[in-house]
Design a protein around this ligand. Structure first.
Ligand SMILES: NC(=O)c1ccc[n+]([C@@H]2O[C@H](COP(=O)([O-])OP(=O)(O)OC[C@H]3O[C@@H](n4cnc5c(N)ncnc54)[C@H](O)[C@@H]3O)[C@@H](O)[C@H]2O)c1
Length: 330
């Protein structure tokens, strides 16, 4: 079968593609393992890092907000769609119309194109804990309501509901993952309000200065890229019955303060690395981050077999192995 990954040249999409190619198979919602004959990446931008030369891998560029472009992407062999294309949090907050077009209309375009196949393909949506907001308890349980306080969170929450409804109607076999902040992103900072959570690890490991816009006591709900990719594979492979009527799950993660993250960096890379972090508060970033919960009791996610990282040191180590070729500046 063909796997289509929207936002495929992005951080998670690229890693997911590499993993699927390496595995060479993916079970469908009925539990039948099927060979991955083709992986198509769709994105508005070209990959920052060259893609491997694999005859199964292809790249299509275009705008997810354009229904005709999205429809033209889908051939009858598409069995699984990972919908990751998005304008991230601060980007959607700064440009409302772009956020609606990409994050909401983009999801609708993907669901409509999937529906038009008539085969009810698996559709896995990348959602976010940004769907929570407002007055929140200290620990968020699975049943806590979604009252996002950012445009990005609202667009993700609305996308989750659409995935549920298209699944209820039998148009697609949908699944949606509420991702914690995924670290450590390679390359350059992006427009996510959480981008510094990667920068404070990545830049020091590259021998560069990082700016941290939040205080050391700031907590974050975190997941490694490896675990995030595992979750996307698992989400597609779980049988439809396991999801039932609610096609959304909050993934397990780990809560760490920035101080703990920096300490872990020191444990892995030494004090010279942590000395490269400059602390400079940014009220715009802080305002967005303040709306995000940091502690969860993701019982459903754990029951469905999703897992979190054990130690933040392991998250850093995995980044060094997967993205830095095993080398860093001490
Ligand atoms: N990384 C995280 O911490 C995190 C946390 C929660 C949710 N998510 C969600 O997971 C998904 C993947 O995240 P990521 O970290 O890989 O983000 P990313 O920014 O690296 O990747 C998103 C991709 O979408 C593409 N895109 C943007 N506008 C587009 C358009 N108009 N048409 C086609 N493609 C377009 C971008 O070019 C980018 O390559 C996103 O949906 C994001 O909202 C990520």
């Amino acid at each position: 079968m063909r796997v289509l990954i929207t936002g495929g040249t992005g951080f998670i999409g690229r890693r997911l593609a590499l993993t699927l190619l390496e595995r060479g198979r993916l079970a469908d919602g009925s539990g039948n393992a099927r060979p991955v004959d083709a992986v198509t990446l769709f994105d508005v931008t070209a990959p920052a890092v060259p893609l491997p030369a694999d005859p199964r891998l292809s790249l299509r560029t275009g705008d997810i907000g354009d229904p005709a472009t999205v429809k033209a992407l889908f051939g009858n062999d598409v069995g699984c769609v990972y919908h990751l294309a998005a304008v991230v949090s601060a980007g959607a907050e700064q440009d409302f119309d772009l956020g609606i077009r990409v994050n909401l209309e983009g999801t609708r375009n993907v669901l409509e194109a999937s529906r038009a196949l008539g085969t009810a393909p698996t559709v896995v949506l990348a959602s976010s804990v940004a769907v929570y907001g407002g007055d929140m308890p200290k620990v968020i349980g699975d049943d806590f309501h979604t009252t996002p306080t950012t445009s990005y969170g609202i667009q993700k929450a609305a996308s989750e509901l659409l995935v549920n409804d298209y699944s209820r109607k039998g148009f697609v076999d949908g699944r949606a993952l509420r991702l914690p902040t995924v670290v450590v992103r390679p390359g350059k900072p992006n427009k996510a309000a959480s981008t510094w959570a990667s920068s404070i690890i990545r830049e020091p490991l590259n021998g560069e200065e990082a700016v941290c816009p939040v205080p050391p006591e700031q907590e974050m709900w975190l997941l490694s890229a490896r675990k995030a990719v595992d979750a996307f594979v698992r989400a597609a492979e779980l049988p439809a019955e396991a999801w039932g009527k609610n096609r959304t799950v909050a993934l397990p993660g780990i809560t760490r303060t920035v101080r703990q993250m920096v300490k872990a960096l020191g444990n892995v890379a030494g004090k010279a690395a942590t000395a490269r972090i400059r602390w400079q508060p940014d009220p715009f970033v802080q305002r967005i981050i303040d709306g995000w919960p940091t502690r969860f009791a993701p019982k459903r996610g754990l029951a469905l077999g999703f897992t979190a990282d054990d130690r933040f040191e392991d998250v850093i180590q995995a980044f060094i192995e997967d993205e830095l070729g095993g080398r860093f500046v001490a």
